[in-house]
Ligand binder design. Structure first.
Ligand code: NIG
Ligand code: FE
Length: 433
């Protein structure tokens, strides 16, 4: 997309949450959040050119060809970044959800015809056009809620052709949707039921890893290491091959459903950007994550919806780990799309201060994807990805999460006005004509 030629000046914001000192190792206090009261932001050629108190805004900017928005009573924060989703799939898992509420566990349901394999069958039966339409609808919702970058994993194809198809559909949608999509190859999400384990492992290693790279579909990989999914040995083997094939970003589903010993077994932390879930993580491993600079991506929805143990959050913060928060949107454990609900759960469910959570869904999440040099903060030179909400203090974002008046989403310096209609949509307001 072209860079807008118009300069936008967002003026008189009650607060600008800059996250300028992030990514943050450990705890995030209000002082570390970088809050500018009565602030202004200059957005020029797709980037943030200036941010500071309105009274310090240089008259130079006002003399240029600018569009000025008076945003008194509103706040601005970095565009939200969702570092962990499974957004591309067909069908749903209503039955699993209702069964769980009757007391059956995720694993029991998976063995009895639900679980990931159910979604794989639904996804395989969904034609490309429909798959892309469903994905676009989900991305539209996220965008209108203020998400400007989202990581999306494959993983509901589980065959050579189907995993490639998912990544291709993803790439096509990515090319046209305003939201930033970062694809991750999760062919190692589960073993398909129509092939034996050794044969599928072979498909992954011999066919899929090289093809994903060769076709330029993703440089990022994830493995679901858990009971009923991939073992620690298989995971380490896949990572070795993935690195050889040229994958540069590694994310791991680690210690989610059960304690696997995966973290303890990793010798080589190179390219491991984040370890995710961590519900059964041994708190003593926090030190290793801090030392190696690996982000911990915590996923409150899955934790509460599956009644999993709380990850060792205090140990992670104490050790100085960069703690991010993601939605884990997927049909099985969290079908919702409102990111503010996810963050609210982190606050009330885990007793995390609002500042910790706000950083977790912006700059910390950017770090989990290693894009913190480009986005996730409101600082000069960075991409102008930001959200404007009609509340006078950042605390309201989580206090009244279910009815947030998000008014503008800027993506790469382009303003989208969010309107509250029955169908939440966005319109690009072009001021260039
Ligand atoms: O992150 N852990 C594996 N993947 C998802 C669940 C996927 C599914 O049940 O469809 C998760 O929780
Ligand atoms: Fe997940």
């Amino acid at each position: 997309m072209t860079v807008p030629s118009v300069t936008y000046i967002l003026r008189r914001l009650a607060q600008v949450i800059t996250c300028e000192a992030g990514p943050y190792a450990g705890r995030v206090t209000p002082e570390r959040l970088g809050i500018v009261e009565q602030g202004s932001i200059v957005v020029h050629r797709g980037r943030i050119a200036w941010v500071g108190p309105d009274r310090d805004l240089s008259a130079e900017w006002l003399r240029q060809d600018t569009v000025e928005l008076d945003l008194s009573g509103h706040i601005a924060l970095p565009g939200l970044i969702d570092p962990h989703t499974h957004l591309i799939y067909g069908g749903d898992r209503l039955n699993d959800w209702m069964e769980r509420l009757r007391g059956r566990t995720y694993l029991e349901i998976a063995v009895q015809g639900g679980g990931i394999w159910k979604t794989v069958q639904d996804t395989r039966a969904t034609p490309d056009e429909e798959l892309k339409r469903l994905l676009e609808l989900r991305l539209d919702r996220l965008f209108a809620f203020g998400v400007t970058t989202v990581e999306v994993k494959s993983g509901y194809g589980l065959s050579e052709a189907e995993e490639i198809r998912l990544l291709r559909c993803l790439q096509q949608v990515q090319a046209t949707h305003p939201i930033g999509v970062m694809p991750t190859f999760l062919g190692a999400h589960a073993y398909p039921r129509d092939m034996d384990r050794a044969a599928y492992l072979d498909v992954l290693v011999q066919r899929l890893l090289p093809e994903v790279i060769r076709q330029g579909l993703s440089l990022s990989i994830d493995v679901f290491c858990d009971t009923g999914a991939f073992t620690v040995e298989e995971t380490l083997y896949l990572l070795t091959i993935a690195r050889q094939q040229g994958f540069v970003a590694i994310h791991l589903h680690a210690d989610e459903m059960s304690p696997t010993g995966l973290l303890e077994a990793i010798d080589d932390w190179k390219n491991i950007y984040s370890v995710d879930h961590l519900n059964h993580m041994d708190a003593r491993m926090a030190r290793v994550l801090a030392e190696t600079g690996v982000a911990a991506v915590l996923l409150p929805t899955t934790c509460f919806h599956l009644r999993l143990p709380t990850p060792p959050i205090q140990a992670l913060l104490e050790a100085g780990v960069v703690v991010a928060i993601g939605s884990d949107h997927n049909p099985g454990t969290h079908p919702g799309l409102n990111p503010w609900y996810v963050f609210w759960l982190a606050c009330v469910g885990w007793n995390l201060p609002v500042e910790q959570v706000l950083a977790g869904m912006t700059v910390q999440a950017a770090y989990g994807l290693r894009i913190h040099g480009q986005t996730g903060r409101i600082a000069p030179g960075l991409r102008a990805d930001l959200v404007v909400v009609d509340v006078p203090h950042y605390g309201y974002l989580l206090y009244q999460w279910d009815s947030l008046p998000v008014r503008w989403v800027f993506k790469n310096g382009r303003p989208y006005q969010i309107r509250e209609t029955a169908e939440i949509r966005y319109t690009w307001m072009s001021h260039e004509e």
